[in-house]
Design a protein around this ligand. Structure first.
Ligand SMILES: *Cc1c(COP(=O)(O)O)cnc(C)c1O
Length: 492
């Protein structure tokens, strides 16, 4: 329900009011129908609101104030790495020499842009310990799929077409089994043990001649580092399978440990998480993939290479899986990641990891007395609490997530991973001050007390937001696509 004091833009509309001012035309007027082929010119005017520039400015500013973003408040959405994106990244992405480059320009005129891409590839291959990197994939899941297509092409080139299975631990990110399915594989789930790590015996039982790859999120979605990773690599390689590393949240290990050194054959990174590309709202993202020499011939083409002092796109790659993204990929995100890596330096990147891990452990220990902590060992960049104690008192994790909105915090990821009852996956990130961490901790403790003393406050939350509790599925299933003046319209 919208509040009376903020009308919809359609309610502000007054017939004939305009939001721009242009001098009188001093050239002959041209009818749209002269410019467009028949049938493409609309017969009736679109139903658009008619408002002044000032009204529309205030309207969008007011809407933006209702939004929760990293720049407005703490955003501990587990696995999403909602950390601060330094504004110097934005300044660099707007340099006219980058922002005005056209993707069809001749290579000789865009050597600077290609150098940035090449250097970024080199940095990422150093950070991951992989031999070659492609920047093409547009997101993490797209990177997963790209790498699996390469692994598939590799097995096919070796005549091993019976390798149809991809093993995915139950603690993997949800995109992993989805990417495997889209790449044409059958997924086989590997169980976690009581410590939240991959069950080695179950892994042994499930690998075999059909195994194409194991996809591992490390640290897994419980925020736990797979301690037996070298053993796991041996098991999977032992049967001829490949190891795929989901490195979306590399802020947990960056500059400390490298997937390449752990025995992985392919890894994707999320530049829009660890490397400070802004994200949320659907992108644009960037999910570069690093691979070993053995998989490199299968990289998407064209491959960006350096020949003497010239950068060039190499198209003659007969084993390539082909192009996975037009033009340069999401170039603006490369610039932001490149600026971040260069401005942090190796010591800075190491500090990022240390603080990401320290902040998560600090918060976990402070909250441990108030919530169940199913996996109590040290965590990496995130940890998962269970709300099962509160559920017994009639308050669900969903209620507590809603209550956090009253404190001005974005809720954590909830009900994930699936093996934690009433889970709350909290990722504070390294960019938050101790004071911010403490204020979130205080809010969580207060909520835990409210659950015991006056649960209805939590059950009926949020109380202070512009709209109260929404129907969780209706917004997705029945979106309001168009404003209608009467009933069955806006909101819930
Ligand atoms: C975010 C995330 C992904 C998916 O990345 P997208 O860019 O959203 O496709 C994959 N794996 C993990 C562990 C993630 O956190």
């Amino acid at each position: 329900m919208h509040k009376e004091n903020q009308p919809l833009i359609f309610e502000l509309s007054k017939e004939g009011r305009i939001g721009y001012s242009l001098p009188a035309l001093d050239v002959p007027e041209v009818a749209l129908s002269d410019l467009m082929p028949n049938g493409f010119v609309r017969q009736e005017d679109a139903e658009l609101p008619e408002v002044s520039e000032l009204d529309i400015m205030r309207h969008y500013t007011a809407l933006s104030n209702r939004n929760h973003g990293v720049d407005t408040g703490f955003y501990p959405l587990g696995s999403c790495t909602m950390k601060y994106n330094p504004k110097i990244n934005e300044a660099v992405a707007r340099f006219s020499g980058f922002a005005n480059v056209h993707p069809l320009q001749d290579e000789s005129t865009v050597q600077g842009a290609m150098e940035v891409m090449y250097d970024l590839q080199e940095h990422l291959s150093e950070i991951t310990g992989m031999d070659e990197v492609t920047l093409q994939p547009a997101a993490g899941a797209h990177g997963e799929w790209t790498a699996l297509m390469m692994i598939r092409a590799f097995h096919e080139a070796n005549g091993e077409t019976e390798r149809t299975e991809v093993l995915v631990p139950d603690s993997a990110h949800g995109t992993n089994p989805a990417s495997a399915a889209v790449a044409g594989f059958d997924t086989v789930t590997v169980k976690s043990n009581e410590n939240g790590l991959v069950d080695i015996e179950d892994l042994k039982a499930k690998v075999g001649p059909k195994t194409a790859a194991l996809m591992l999120t490390n640290p897994n979605t419980l925020g736990l580092f797979e301690e037996e990773i070298l053993e796991m690599a041996k098991i999977v390689h032992g049967v001829g399978g490949k190891l795929y590393y989901d490195g979306a949240n590399l802020n947990a290990v960056m500059a400390k440990a490298r997937p390449g050194d752990m025995g992985f054959d392919a890894v994707h990174l999320n530049l829009h998480k660890t490397f400070t590309g802004p994200h949320g709202g659907g992108g644009p993202g960037s999910g570069p993939v690093g691979v070993t020499k053995e998989l490199a011939p299968y990289l998407p083409k064209p491959v960006l290479v350096k020949k003497e002092d010239q950068y060039t796109f190499e198209y003659d790659r007969p084993k390539s899986i082909g192009r996975v993204k037009p033009f340069y990929g999401n170039f603006g995100i490369y610039l932001r990641a490149y600026t971040y890596i260069r401005s942090m330096g190796p010591d800075g990147l190491k500090a990022v990891t240390e603080y990401a891990v320290l902040n998560a452990n600090y918060m976990m220990r402070k909250l441990e007395p108030y919530f169940d902590l199913p996996y109590p060992q040290h965590c990496k960049h995130e940890f998962v609490l269970s709300g099962r104690r509160q559920k017994k008192l009639g308050v669900r994790t969903l209620d507590m997530a809603k209550r956090l909105l009253d404190f001005g915090f974005h809720p954590p990821t909830i009900y994930f991973p699936l093996n934690v009852e009433e889970g709350m996956m909290i990722e504070p990130t390294e960019t938050e001050s101790k004071e911010t961490l403490d204020s979130f901790i205080d809010a969580m403790i207060q909520i835990a007390k409210e659950v015991e003393e006056s649960p209805e406050i939590v059950q009926e939350a949020p109380h202070t937001t512009v709209i109260s509790r929404l129907d969780e599925t209706k917004a997705a299933r029945k979106p309001v696509l168009r404003y209608q003046k009467e009933e069955e319209t806006v909101g819930v």
